[in-house]
Design a protein around this ligand. Sequence first.
Ligand code: ZN
Length: 115
Amino acid sequence: MHETAIVQGLIRILEQQAAQHEVSAICKVNVKVGRLRAVEPRQLIACFEIYAEGTVAQGAELAIVALPVRACCKACLCEFEVPRFHFECPGCGGGDVDVIQGQELYIESFEVVGG
Ligand SMILES: [Zn+2]
């Protein structure tokens, strides 16, 4: 399952970070997810709750910020937000674009208990 792999990766990072900074418990995790990742936030949160059990992130709140998809037109270098996967430049109507945002999936920050 898609979400399981993502959550396992996030928890691995959290455990490494916690060990590095001598943190014993994390209470909130702020995650940024690009819309191209096709991640369902509720599923991700539910999955996180299960896999966080017994780790430093047990009981932590997973706060997800969705990043819109942005692209840059190769023809006119116009940067624009892509609505509903409609990859057409609003400037020149061209369809040859580079995706510059939307593939992200990372931990922006986390908050620790007592910190
Ligand atoms: Zn263009």
